[in-house]
Design a binder for this molecule. Sequence first.
Ligand code: SF4
Ligand code: SF4
Length: 72
Amino acid sequence: MVKLTFREHRCKGCRLCATVCPKGIIFMAEHINDMGYHPATVAEKEKCTGCTLCAIICPDLVIEVEREEKAV
Ligand code: SF4
Ligand code: SF4
């Protein structure tokens, strides 16, 4: 299971994360954050593979991806 957290108050709406997401599930929200940008958010969280590309490319450390290890 993957847990995605967006610290949206830090997002400047650059869309880099949306560009790299292989599942195409990241969008810019309609509301505006404290800095005056449409912050990134995710739809259909269940489709997230936990690849972490969005977190890696974000220059502002907005996104945190937590992956639960499978028991063996
Ligand atoms: S972890 Fe990967 S699949 Fe999930 S939202 Fe980020 S880029 Fe998309
Ligand atoms: S890459 Fe980071 S700053 Fe840019 S839109 Fe995505 S979450 Fe926001």
